[in-house]
Design a protein around this ligand. Structure first.
Ligand code: FES
Length: 171
């Protein structure tokens, strides 16, 4: 597996003024931490660690309280997402039909584990709950497209298509 792939891509500058506006929208109410985090993630695609101390100060709560919420709920992510978010379903049907092998093939191919992003910022590997098409399991969703009945070989071919697409853009 590659080094700490989850550190890239480089985080953007944190728009503290925009986050302050979100907090104002909820009148600085510390009981609104979850919607504040949701709006922040909608804005930035993730919750930058630096923004947590800022929110904590504004809401007058300990940073550990916000950090605890972010790490408790699977909907929040602390790292920027890649261009292609590979959502591997780990619901019961997919699990029974080989989701783990699909995840392993992704890790072998891209060098990233669940929740990580490749160093070039192209791919994020995300484990998700049932995506609602169990009869097609195991499935992976990338950019809104569902890939059904996967095997390790098939997912490698799917990944190759995305890599080729990107390579073509660079030529
Ligand atoms: S368990 Fe994977 S689609 Fe339902």
């Amino acid at each position: 597996m590659a080094g700490c792939a989850c550190k890239s891509p480089e985080p953007k500058t944190i728009p503290y003024d925009e986050i302050a506006k979100i907090i104002q929208k909820y009148k600085g109410d510390s009981s609104a931490i979850i919607p504040i985090l949701q709006d922040t993630q909608d804005l930035l695609g993730y919750i930058p660690k630096e923004s947590i101390s800022f929110m904590a100060k504004q809401l007058e709560v300990p940073p550990a309280k916000i950090y605890g919420i972010v790490t408790f709920y699977a909907q929040f992510r602390l790292n920027p997402i890649g261009k292609y978010n590979i959502m591997v379903c780990e619901g019961t049907a997919c699990h029974v039909n080989g989701a783990k092998q699909i995840g392993n093939a992704i890790t072998d191919d891209l060098g990233i584990g669940g929740g990580e992003t490749t160093e070039d910022g192209l791919f994020t590997f995300e484990k998700v709950a049932c995506v609602g098409c169990c009869s097609l399991s195991p499935v992976v969703v990338i950019e809104g497209e569902t890939y059904p009945g996967l095997t390790p070989d098939k997912i490698r071919k799917v990944l190759k298509q995305y890599k080729d697409k990107e390579a073509q853009k660079q030529n």
